[in-house]
Design a protein. Sequence first.
Lengths: 394, 395
Amino acid sequence: MTLDLRYTEEQEQLRDSVRAMLTDHAPWARVLKVAESPEPDDADLWRLLSVETGLAGLAVPEHLGGAGATLAETAVVLEELGRAVAPVPYLGTTVAAQLLLHLGESGLLRELAGGEPMALALPFDVGPAAPVPSADAGARSAVSRSRAGSSPVSGLRLPGVEVSTAPDGNPLLNGTVSSVADALRARMLLVPAGGALFAVEADAAGLTRTPVVSLDETRPLCDLSMWNAPGRLLAAGDRAASALDAALVAGAALLASEQLGLAQWCLDTTVEYLRTRYQFGRPVGSFQALKHRLADLWVELVQARAVARHAASAAAQGDPDARLAAALAQAHCGPVAVRAAEECVQMHGGIGFTWEHPAHLYLKRAKSAAVAYGTAAHHRATLATLADLAPASP
Amino acid sequence: MAEPVTAETVRERVDGFLAGHDPAGDRMEFLRARFDAGLAWVHYPVGLGGLGAPRVLQPLVDQRFAAAGAPDNSPRRIGIGLGMAAPTILRHGTAEQRARFLRPLWTAEEVWCQLFSEPGAGSDLAGVATRAVRDGDGWLVDGQKVWTSMAHQARWGILLARTDPAAAKHAGLTYFLCDMHTSGVEVRPLRQATGEAEFNEVFLSGVRLGDELRLGAVGEGWAVARTTLMNERVAIGGAALPREGGMIGVLARTWRQRPELRTPALHDEVLRLWVRAEALRLTGIRLRQQLAAGEPGPEGSAMKLAFAALTQQISGTEVELLGAEGLRHDHWRADRPEELDLLGRGPTYRWLRAKGNSIEGGTSEVLRNIVAERVLGLPAEPRQDTGVAWKDLPR
């Protein structure tokens, strides 16, 4: 199936309205102020986006209180949020929504669509695992089969959370999960533990969220610890694994759009600065040494747009290629965003290295996002399996 | 103008045409009739091989003819005619010129070549020194052109020549259609680093061209040439391929078939290249979707820049993956290939030929300037040649 990689007219209108909102309500000086404050995010901005505009449930069906759009539209919102490095838990909540949709958790979805942030209780670097090669592929490359492990979702085995049973028969969770994103203000945490998935209320007894001093304070991390915290079982076994997998694939795919928006801001801002900054009696942007680097960055961005749109469309349509598209998107767009932010800092010269210029916020977000949902290397390893490019024998 | 042509009309036209013309009959008769039926390039005007239809319908036509086993017009052999000469003649030609040249161009009865680059005018194409001087009611042309593919088979060439050396360099140019069979045109093979002679040098000595072979006004040659160059960039970067359809497929197949060559470092390199190749392929698909929807963007230049760098790195990695075996070249004969095949022959050939990808059709450095100035809007480099008569420029 050929996916449409363009933006629809409705998506462009959505972009315009989100950008206008963020221009008014999330200028970078305010973003910096929120990042410096003890607040985990911009609560007013979140309320505006989620409750007043209904963007939290953009891809949630209308009968569950959402807007009934698709992840292709969500991706456009994320482009704009990336462009503004907006300090709101939108990405994590969107990923949580994907997990809940997979499980048909209509009650929680209604709350989420109504503006309650939710988050997966996983370290931010956990991405979708490479699938186990099929018997066919295995016959061609026995090596990769022996290395790929047995669980389709390595995330299920990652955090050290254990499940016990309370005297009343309800599950209790014990353990810690470190470096979790978008969880500090979450109303509900979705916790993988013991091969199953649990919903834990944010104010549950025994749950502690400790803020982490984070590289990216526009999306701060926290450590979760659970001490006999009561959880509600959402799913177990294969059903839990495939829901978590679907959510992580969607996360990797959607993050690419945030990275794209961030990279576009870096390029636009750098170009604008180099047009007006004079040294040696001419605009700095007239020097080929800089022009060529920006041209190369533009070439990367043009490709990142195609790759990110491909991943978003594939995720939106449940395309059989969605897993590969998401891995490709993270293998490509993560490094492009980092490079764009690095070039932005460098080409601004001294001003770009100051706290008073927004470049550092983008630099930190870009690096943090490059690790989120798996590094580029993690996703290249996934592609090795999906594209049948087996590694060397040990 | 009649109502817009739809996919349905086009399909009916093709089927109607096939009902009346035997695809297994005389090839040239078939092609000429297809042109006259407006099914050559449907986006061209009626009477010039088209139906005035949207360009997106062309693949439908080509697929339908191919499915019927119809002969094609060897599109690879006449790429310069189809991709560069034809759009330029269509846009800037007189009614007589369009009627005379487009039909035999499309049927491949007449092959075209491009007489643009010169030993002294490569990246700075507007600096060409080939002179065209008025001679009665025509022109007398003297000069030397280089990197002319297909010149040895061409019937016509698109020629950029200087008609006014006292004008500034862009202002003193005129565009001609050069008769390659007329006296004074000498074509010599130009051997390149691959050993083969894909290109030619063309020496023009007292070549007489009638004024009816001038395309566009005297002194307007640069504007006409820009039409050609825009189409050249689209032509080079624009091929649609399935996944692993390009050079990455060759490398991926070698990787799969030769496990004994694998190392961890090369594995990561192959994966990185695979990612870049797939990203570029998707970029091409998106670009084509935009063109089809009538939203052309500047992304074609990105395609060409990325394509050149990618083919060079993929082919280089392939040579290293193969080790000493990769150093065995097939031959250094000065072949004259009829069709350019970037994937043809062996790894060392691919590696060498890919070096041309960042030079031909605009060097990557010039393309970066164009992207920086025209797409990003960065200021131009200070220039020494603005407002100076071409004859007074240092060279």
